[in-house]
Write a protein that binds this ligand. Structure first.
Ligand code: C2O
Ligand code: CU
Length: 464
């Protein structure tokens, strides 16, 4: 039969669509296993026993998943820990059904059972994956790891290092995790802040480096509640991406970088130390003292001079810059916590007083509601622009994370900040974010201080 013009156009359109989807999305990639297991690992110095952890493939941090932008990721999750679980792919613009939120996008996977995750990663960057059922316990036990999506044309560097920051609350006698995950003190204050910090599972991470070597550092705050103020010594460089997304022009680092729970930052640094022979990534403690997270003893020279400002990373297809003229205005008031003034809030649709809320394990509220209900914070239509004012009326900092879409901070001068998936608010601080609701589904919006999420700071939005 002769082809009509209409047939031809139809085929041409199909061919054009196929060309726009990366080839790898069609490849029959087999499923790889990711198994949540109980295991033991030497976290503390050798004089202590190994610590029992929960880890993907029995490791903390979990094995790094590294894929190319546009790839299809297929993982068969097998649950071998004694508690139902699911896996969330933090920061990925994902199909809603693959988002891994127990109770919202899937049923939790019972011990002994499996669930197949199958999704495409549209944006390059530094992401991570972690448990999303009873996260305040499961993530704190170790179910967390890096998910790296490489750009086709990466920056000019000598090498890169992925730095996963974890924070543990350990019994100093036994070296084991305290299992006080639901302790009211913790829930109503700053969350589960640990007493022992590891970097890639080590308390003394040492990576040798060369003078004038250029390293990309992908730093992930995988702690349950700790905010990391970071600083560099013997390294100088630029910030090039936050929460996975390139920021445009690289910004020279001077002073501290603050990384809230779940946030990531990508740096391109040159090893410039010429005294002492060791460069460091440091965290600034509560006592204002810097302590090393990573030591880079310098061994040899990579080049005679540092290279100067790097080029910006290539932009991602995600370009969430909403048109604010027709934006839906939303408001989120965060209340509660110790020293707060939350007298009452709605729980299960009923107004309860402070004492009853505390008995039910609720210490916080979002817009006066202390639990996840069937009613979302907002029902949005696909591609609707949104402006959301977040008012933190508590004395504690919070790290609010939106699933499924990145947003931009709307600064007081009206300018957009970089794309992020998690925004850190100081105590009693208000900030505005804006985004286009361009991913359909049910998306969680919650505090990533995970015991806060469990005790009142979780809501969701629906995009249809
Ligand atoms: Cu990284 Cu709802 O979480
Ligand atoms: Cu919080």
């Amino acid at each position: 039969m002769r082809q009509t013009r209409r047939d031809f156009l139809r085929h041409a359109t199909l061919a054009a669509c196929a060309a726009a989807i990366p080839r790898s999305a069609f490849a029959a990639t087999p499923f790889e296993d990711v198994v949540a297991k109980v295991a033991r690992q030497q976290l503390l110095p050798d004089t202590y026993p190994e610590t029992e952890i929960w880890g993907y493939d029995g490791l903390v941090p979990a094995p790094e998943i590294r894929v190319a932008q546009g790839d299809r990721v297929r993982r068969r999750f097998r649950n071998e820990v004694p508690d139902p679980s699911s896996v969330h792919w933090h920061g990925i613009r994902i199909d809603n059904a693959m988002d891994g939120v127990s109770g919202l996008t899937q049923e939790p996977v019972a011990p002994g059972e499996t669930f197949d995750y199958d999704f495409v990663v549209p944006d390059a960057g530094t992401y991570w994956y972690h448990a999303h059922n009873r996260s305040y316990e499961q993530v704190a036990r170790g179910l967390r790891g890096a998910l790296i999506v490489e750009e086709a044309n990466g920056p000019d560097i000598d090498r890169e290092e992925v730095i996963v920051l974890e924070d543990w609350l350990l019994d100093p006698e036994s070296g084991q995790l305290f299992d006080n995950f639901e302790q009211p003190m913790m829930m109503s204050h700053g969350g589960r802040i640990g007493n022992f910090i590891t970097t890639n599972g080590r308390y003394d991470l040492t990576l040798s480096a060369k003078r004038n070597e250029r390293i990309r550092l992908r730093i992930i705050n995988a702690a349950s509640a700790r905010i990391f103020p970071l600083t560099l010594s013997g390294l100088s460089g630029w910030r090039v991406a936050v929460d996975g997304m390139p920021i445009g022009q690289p910004q020279q680092i001077d002073g501290e970088l603050i990384l809230g729970p779940a946030q990531r930052v990508d740096l391109i640094v040159d090893v410039t130390e010429d005294e002492g022979g060791v460069a460091h990534l440091l965290r600034i403690g509560d006592d204002d003292q810097p302590t090393p997270l990573v030591s880079f003893p310098i061994d040899g020279t990579a080049s005679s001079v540092p290279r100067g400002k790097p080029l910006p990373l290539p932009p991602n297809p995600a370009a969430n810059a909403p048109d604010l003229a027709d934006a839906r205005d939303l408001r989120l008031v965060m209340s509660g916590g110790a020293m707060g003034r939350m007298q009452s809030a709605l729980l299960g649709g009923e107004r309860l007083g402070f004492r009853q809320l505390a008995q039910a394990g609720k210490f916080w509220a979002l817009n006066d509601v202390a639990d996840m209900t069937d009613t979302p914070l907002a029902d949005l239509s696909l591609n609707e622009p949104v402006r959301l004012k977040i008012e933190n009326q508590t004395v504690f900092p919070h790290a609010m994370h939106l699933h499924g879409m990145h947003f931009r901070e709307l600064r007081p001068d009206g300018a957009f900040g970089p794309m992020r998936d998690t925004i850190l608010l100081a105590g009693n601080e208000s900030r505005e974010i804006a985004f286009t609701a361009d991913n359909p589904g049910k998306w969680l919006f919650h505090c990533h201080m995970l015991s806060h999420a469990a005790s009142g700071m979780t809501t969701w939005i629906r995009v249809t």
